[in-house]
Design a protein around this ligand. Structure first.
Ligand code: GZL
Length: 326
């Protein structure tokens, strides 16, 4: 934990190397200076809204273990942006060596990230990103959400774009970079096709809200709906219940395309209830821990690390399921 740091960070083009003189005396034995010191990390997680989030949290807790040289202080903000900002502020007040943040939403981070910078505490983003200036965080370990949306949209355009097709969309959390960028990529990919978007609403990445919103779509549009694009598996899984309750066959009467590729989603795909899934890899812990160690040790890191994704149809899901890690 920090008692006091004596050197400001030095910003280098394309990367940030925080040069530290280690921690001034006082405080606990923990500190971010040398290799043998325990690194105290405050991790501000979004919450536990989906199967993806559970896998991501497990990956992070495994990577930031005591055996790996960390003292992890974990906070899950129940998908409430104001609670997550308060958690980051609390980490600053505790004088942690580094903060890892999985930001629920993109905006509203400038002030608290400035406070972290003024306290010489590096912030590393994981998963989603923020609109705040890049000099307010050391690095982002994430995914290419726009490409995920584009991959889903291309599959839809290729398979359904040449005949009149009515689509409904279950959007992720409003204002999150995952939802915003997936929508952008998907919409770009279906431009110029014969696909009509009947409706698009947020289900907040959760099964429960995905089911509720899909029930509303079915009441309003009924069998006009040919296709569902859900920004994550969990909302698609919630929609399955609504579709079956309406007497329709998911994967046949209503085709379903989702993003994540968690085990329950891949099982629905292999069983023919989903039609296509674009993966979004939640296993970011090892990379984030590697970046945190470098930043705390004053080594240069890249501004961003993007983890590659793949995509699956029903046959590919059957083949991949036995080996899936999450
Ligand atoms: C994507 C992540 C999203 C997942 C959802 O990286 O932020 O949040 O797609 C999760 O399942 O809730």
């Amino acid at each position: 934990m920090k008692a006091k740091k004596t050197l400001a960070g030095l910003a280098l083009v394309g990367a940030i190397a925080l040069t530290t003189a280690g921690c001034a005396g006082g405080g606990s034995t923990a500190g971010g200076g040398g290799d043998d010191k325990v690194i105290t990390v405050g991790f501000a997680q979004t919450g536990s809204e989906s199967g993806w989030r559970s896998a991501n949290t497990e990956s992070m807790k495994t990577a930031f273990s005591e055996a790996n040289g960390f003292n992890l202080i974990f906070n899950a903000a129940d998908n409430k942006p104001e609670a997550q900002i308060a958690a980051v502020r609390s980490f600053i007040n505790q004088g942690v060596d580094a903060i890892v943040l999985a930001p629920i939403v993109t905006d509203g981070w400038d002030d608290v990230l400035k406070e972290a910078k003024d306290a010489n505490i590096p912030v590393i983003l994981e998963d989603r990103t923020v609109s705040a200036s890049e000099d307010l965080y050391a690095s982002w370990v994430g995914l290419d959400f726009k490409k995920e949306g584009e991959t889903a949209g291309k599959w839809v355009a290729e398979n359904f774009g040449k005949t009149p097709t009515n689509l409904v969309v279950l959007e992720g959390t409003t204002g999150s970079s995952a939802a915003t960028d997936r929508a952008t990529g998907f919409n770009d990919a279906i431009k110029g096709t014969d696909i009509t978007v009947l409706d698009s609403q947020t289900g907040n990445f959760t099964r429960a809200e995905g089911k509720t919103v899909m029930e509303g779509f079915l009441q309003k549009y009924g069998s006009q709906i040919n296709l569902l694009f859900a920004h994550n598996d969990d909302m698609g899984l919630g929609a399955l219940d609504a579709i079956k309750a309406a007497g329709l066959k998911p994967g046949t009467d209503i085709k379903i395309v989702t993003i994540d590729a968690v085990k329950d989603g891949m099982t629905a795909l292999a069983d023919g209830e989903f039609n296509y899934i674009v993966e979004c890899n939640p296993l970011l812990g090892d990379k984030v821990a590697e970046v945190v160690k470098k930043v705390v040790a004053g080594e240069s890191v890249d501004k961003q690390y993007i983890v590659e994704d793949q995509a699956f149809d029903q046959e590919q899901a059957k083949a991949a399921l036995p080996d899936r890690k999450y």
